[in-house]
Design a protein around this ligand. Structure first.
Ligand code: GAL
Length: 355
């Protein structure tokens, strides 16, 4: 009897401790759009994990429209959000509404994309964005054995970067470009279009249609005889999967197949791109497990609301302040490891990746 009582008491104590640990509070989560795959996952992960921790969640998607995101944030503030988690469309365009949050004492966490040109941002959770580009660039170096003195090439390469209003896009591009620059300098890599600066190769709003149209133009202007024994296009360095998808669609429409398609890089392991990797139409991607980013952000929200200083790993300069940042690690993905990375880990089901 004594033993039973002790167990019941221990159970009650555990439950009350768990109860006390359950957080309370309202968290506003602003996501950029549902039109790009990853933000749907981020939104779902954040909502599920915040709710599991005991928070009430106001999750909004802004259809890639800055004015919509501003008004969603204003509503979150008015409706009593105690923390804002913001994945911006244009990282530099939210200064006024973020200042309102700051005046109201509401902490702001920049989610995945840095909030720039404002002092009203407290923390940043993201992946090591420069490293994403380095992984893509290093893949090309290894694939073509560029560091081997006996390999002279030249190999042709075209670049496709992301949206200029997204701070990440610059970091991805710089990481890849810095890794490949020695080989552009030595002539082992040649960019026939000459389009090598970020502004020229950028893709506003990360749209597949835009990167596809640009690649259509590049193919007809510089590689029109590639499939008939002329100058081949060897590498398409794309910063992420939505831009890689457009480039792939352009190449496939021009008659390329898995047998002769250039090496195409990407990022995010979107479903469509992972299927392309399996089919041999995209060489690699970079996996950023959005479950981990969400978990880290939820820990940060809990710490902030409990009055604790959240753990950070680095700082990002947003033009005005150094923002304390927690960086997660991006991982290389290709056809050889997608099974363990994406399916065995439960990120996707095998059915989702079946054609
Ligand atoms: C970036 C993000 C990438 C990619 C891109 C387009 O900010 O870090 O993972 O998804 O936006 O959505």
């Amino acid at each position: 009897m004594k033993k039973v009582l002790a167990v019941v008491l221990a159970l009650a104590l555990t439950l009350s401790v768990v109860g006390m640990a359950m957080a309370e509070g309202k968290v506003g989560v602003a996501m950029p759009t549902q039109s790009l795959q990853r933000w749907n996952q981020d939104g779902e992960n954040m909502k599920a994990q915040l709710e599991a921790a005991g928070f009430t969640v106001d999750l909004q998607f802004a259809n890639n429209d800055v004015a919509t995101q501003v008004s969603q944030l204003e509503n979150m503030i008015t409706n009593g959000a105690q923390v804002l988690v913001v994945a911006s469309i244009d990282g530099s365009a939210l200064g006024t509404v973020l200042a309102t949050a700051k005046d109201a004492g509401i902490p702001v966490i920049a989610y995945d994309r840095l909030l720039t040109a404002t002092e009203a941002v407290d923390y940043y959770t993201t992946f090591n964005n420069y490293k994403v580009g380095q992984i893509q660039g290093q893949y090309v170096v290894d694939k073509f054995d560029l560091s081997n003195a006996a390999v002279t090439g030249p190999f042709t390469i075209e670049f496709t970067a992301g949206s200029p209003d997204d701070n990440n896009a610059h970091l991805f591009f710089n990481g890849a470009k810095d890794t490949l620059q020695p080989y552009l300098d030595s002539g082992k890599l040649v960019c026939l279009s000459g389009q090598l600066d970020f502004e020229t190769v950028a893709t506003p709003a990360w749209k597949s249609e835009t990167s596809q149209a640009r690649m259509d133009n590049i193919l007809s202007a510089y590689y029109s005889d590639a499939l008939t024994g002329g100058t081949t296009l060897d590498i398409c360095l794309c910063s992420n999967d939505s831009t890689a998808l457009g480039v792939t669609n352009s190449l496939v429409a021009a008659g390329y197949t898995a047998a002769n398609i250039p090496v195409i890089t990407g990022q995010d392991c979107d479903v469509a791109n992972t299927k392309n990797m399996i089919k041999g139409l995209q060489a690699m991607s970079v996996f950023k497990d959005t479950r981990i980013l969400a978990a880290q952000t939820v820990t940060m929200v809990s710490d902030i609301l409990a009055g604790k200083i959240p753990e950070t790993t680095s700082t990002y300069d947003n033009g005005l302040i150094q923002v304390p940042t927690f960086e997660c690690t991006p991982l290389f993905a290709d056809v050889s490891n997608y099974q363990s990375l994406l399916i065995d880990s439960g990120y996707y089901t095998a059915d989702q990746l079946a054609d």
